[in-house]
Design a protein. Structure first.
Length: 355
């Protein structure tokens, strides 16, 4: 019998399993809202985590899963070339373990948030060696503690229709498409018990650009499987734009294609970019919640995600504020809790799905 959860999963063995009438692992397809509880995850920024007891209390109470938002990035761990600094990552991970939360690791490879010395490297051999060593150290240190990893983050070009499939940056420029294979193979060696994910944004609407991004992800997954390199899931970042709408059919099709390849889906960075919504607070909060509902309904009607994680918890700490400032200067409200750590309609909406 084909073991669909095996690390040695190949595309052929998945297709054989499906042809034999087996149900692919990962998520149960069908059903408007998943029968079992979907774990609720929260990405944790170190500053409010250290300074704000209300944040830690809410994490204890509501989070099933915790993601260090920045503490596991190269820029945090590898500020100095010669030593690893695990201080921040350990703080968050120890808290999660102490309170019985699962942990998702973000991220072993990204084109952004790298130390200057890394971006200055010009030798492919040196970069390849550093990547293998980094993953061995980082994923190895947390083997058995970090259940799932974003092995690669945002490796697909912003717009594959005009830019080609791959994201330009140190990894692609020096190592070519191989950087993804190297990273997944190294992660499988260092953390054999972890589930390994590829993570990316703009996979949720039905524009041609999004379709091209989905196609690129599917191609990357198939290529890894054909080479017998383990990959277990795709992270939908889900930085949703309130004005864009969800591509229900397109998202469903993408999720079912991944399911057919034996892959799980996780929602990894949910928030709602509200810069085009009306200023009125209650109207804006309702519209943000409606966007989340539309997304989670579309997603769960195609399959049950491994978890739903928001990129922070309170509007007091969100990248959306600076990156998508509103013309009226009103403060962004992209997250489930307001700046005073009070729940908003978005939180109640998520709870309908996460229990
Ligand atoms: O929210 C994160 C912000 O605090 C960091 O300064 C920034 C650079 O490290 O990264 C932000 O998180 C990004 C995530 O790692 C990948 N997807 C997009 C997120 C928002 O930019």
């Amino acid at each position: 019998m084909v073991n669909l959860t095996s690390n040695r999963l190949t595309r052929r063995c998945v297709l054989q399993g499906i042809a034999a009438g087996m149900v692919a692992n990962g998520f149960a397809t069908g059903g408007a809202i998943a029968a079992s509880k979907i774990p609720f995850g929260v990405a944790v920024h170190l500053d409010p985590f250290r300074q704000e007891p209300r944040f830690r209390n809410l994490l204890k109470k509501h989070a099933d899963l915790i993601v260090p938002m920045n503490a596991l990035k190269w820029a945090s761990l590898r500020y100095d070339r010669d030593k690893f600094d695990f201080t921040g990552a350990d703080e968050i991970i120890d808290f999660a373990l102490q309170h019985g939360k699962s942990i998702h690791g973000h991220a072993l490879l990204w084109y952004h948030a790298n130390p200057k010395w890394l971006d200055a490297i010009r030798s492919a051999r040196e970069l390849e060696r550093l990547l293998a060593q980094h993953i061995e150290q980082v994923a190895g240190r947390y083997e058995g503690k970090i259940a799932t990893w974003d092995v690669v983050n945002e490796v697909v070009a912003h717009d594959p229709l005009t830019q080609g499939k791959w994201r330009r940056g140190i990894w692609y420029d020096l190592l070519g498409p191989r950087h993804v294979e190297l990273a997944f193979a190294a992660a499988a060696r260092a953390a054999p018990s972890a589930r390994l994910f590829i993570n990316d944004y703009d996979l949720e609407d039905d524009s041609l650009r999004t379709e091209a991004r989905q196609t690129a992800i599917l191609q990357i997954v198939r290529r890894l499987q054909d080479k017998n390199i383990p990959i277990h899931g795709v992270g939908l970042q889900a930085h949703l734009y309130a004005e864009r709408g969800i591509g229900r059919e397109n998202l469903g099709k993408f999720v079912r294609s991944l399911d057919a390849l034996g892959l799980e889906v996780a929602v990894t960075e949910l928030d709602v970019i509200d810069w085009k919504l009306p200023a009125d607070r209650d109207r804006r909060d309702r519209a943000v919640a409606a966007t989340v509902r539309e997304f989670l309904e579309a997603l769960t009607s195609a399959g049950q995600p491994r978890n739903v994680t928001t990129w922070g918890l309170s509007d007091a700490n969100s990248w959306v504020k600076e990156t998508f400032p509103r013309q009226d200067s009103a403060i962004a409200r992209p997250l489930p809790f307001d700046a005073n750590w009070q729940p908003k309609p978005m939180f109640h909406e998520i709870k309908k799905f996460t229990g």
